[in-house]
Design a protein around this ligand. Structure first.
Ligand SMILES: NC(=O)c1ccc[n+]([C@@H]2O[C@H](COP(=O)([O-])OP(=O)(O)OC[C@H]3O[C@@H](n4cnc5c(N)ncnc54)[C@H](O)[C@@H]3O)[C@@H](O)[C@H]2O)c1
Length: 359
């Protein structure tokens, strides 16, 4: 069993063009009071995720965001506030608003600082969900910089050898530009999988592989649970000690430190449901060496990896980002498949809010 089993079956999906998805998201957010500029920033990130095959963090989540805004979980319109700042660093307060807006601004600030001084780092407190973490480092890669982003979340995963959730899925994302080749984009939860993959398996009615989640007694779960409870936890990346679970666990704590402790916004176990603290960094390659030389060497490295002889029974070697960029190339032509229950929920929300249906 491999990852492709966790796709919405193509013949069941509703196919939609990315430009229509973007319009729909902007319209929905504006209908719940989000200013146009913030709605566009958020729609850019969500559409990027949908286009790149990260369906767990794309348009499907817009219904939940709208509901959270209507329920007053978010402060809309939000005010971003720089709490402290130096030439290369900043602490940004998200104003209890959309995490996308703060993470986007944090990466813009990181890039501005990196352009001037080589490195820029911003940590964010008082924030919410930022979606696909890899979207933000790509902003830096497009400016010939290295980009990093991380975000923490309420606990769903146990620390190695623990029986209770203490850590979020805490993703780490890193992007580096190449020349002829596609950028390197590593975007990974520090749990064995992102939470959304278990939700997707549940919606599709398919089992999950042993190792993604366990009962409180440590027994592997293969039937994806319908809801969060104390009866089960997700595993740190690597799952067991022998499998390297101590390293996934350590990386998750690192994310909590950069996002939650450095910002003061709180580590996972201190967060309220729906809260996320985040962190971005940009490094300007030109401060180290000529960009063209860096990119040529990136190309050489990526080609060397791609040319590795394939192990039997595999499709050969990829580098991080390949699956997402390949999916985006296909989806630009064919459109984006949306799981019918999610599609219906989006359309119902549009109707309820009196918003035009674009998808
Ligand atoms: N905002 C949040 O709170 C939050 C929390 C967790 C995860 N997420 C997001 O969920 C998404 C999915 O996370 P995930 O950990 O399930 O991702 P994943 O396991 O699908 O992919 C992780 C990384 O591995 C790379 N990859 C995949 N197959 C590969 C191969 N054969 N060879 C080399 N590299 C390969 C991908 O390009 C990606 O960079 C990410 O976008 C992440 O940012 C967000």
């Amino acid at each position: 069993m491999s990852f492709p089993f966790l796709q919405v079956p193509e013949d069941e999906a509703v196919w939609v063009q990315s430009a229509d998805i973007h319009r729909q998201i902007v319209a929905l957010f504006q209908a719940v009071g989000v200013p146009a500029a913030h709605a566009h920033i958020t729609a850019d990130a969500l559409t990027f995720a949908s286009l790149h095959g990260v369906d767990t963090h794309g348009i499907g989540n817009v219904v939940g965001y709208c509901k959270a805004i209507e329920d007053g979980v978010y402060t809309i319109p939000q005010q971003l506030e720089i709490v402290s700042e130096s030439a290369t660093t900043a602490l940004l307060d998200c104003g209890n608003g959309l995490g996308f807006v703060a993470a986007h601004r944090a990466m813009e600030m990181s890039i501005e600082k990196a352009r001037a001084y080589g490195v820029g780092m911003v940590t964010i407190r008082n924030g919410h969900h930022v979606g696909m973490a890899g979207y933000y480092p790509m902003m830096a890669a497009e400016q010939d910089m290295l980009g990093f982003a991380m975000t923490n979340a309420v606990p769903v995963a146990h620390p190695l050898n623990g029986r209770k959730a203490r850590l979020g899925t805490n993703p780490i994302a890193f992007a580096a530009p190449a020349g002829q080749e596609r950028p390197f984009l590593l975007d990974m939860a520090t749990t064995t999988v992102a939470n959304g993959k278990i939700n997707l398996a549940q919606r599709l009615g398919v089992p999950i592989p042993p190792g993604w989640a366990v009962t409180a007694d440590g027994e592997a779960i293969t039937e994806p649970p319908a809801s969060r409870s104390d009866a089960w936890t997700m595993t740190p990346l690597g799952n067991t000690h022998e499998g390297g679970g101590h390293k996934g666990y350590g990386l998750a704590v690192m994310v909590d430190i950069l996002c939650g402790v450095l910002s003061g916004g709180g580590f996972g176990a201190q967060l309220q449901a729906g809260e996320n603290m985040s962190w971005t960094m940009a490094v300007d390659i030109a401060h180290f060496r000529p960009v063209a030389e860096f990119k040529a060497q990136m190309d050489e490295m990526i080609r060397t990896l791609h040319e590795t002889p394939a192990a039997p029974g595999t499709n050969g070697v990829q580098v991080a980002g390949d699956p997402e960029f390949e999916t985006a190339a296909i989806r630009r032509e064919r459109g984006i498949p949306i799981h019918p229950p999610q599609y219906e929920a989006i359309v119902a929300t549009a109707l309820r809010l009196g918003v035009e249906k674009y998808i």
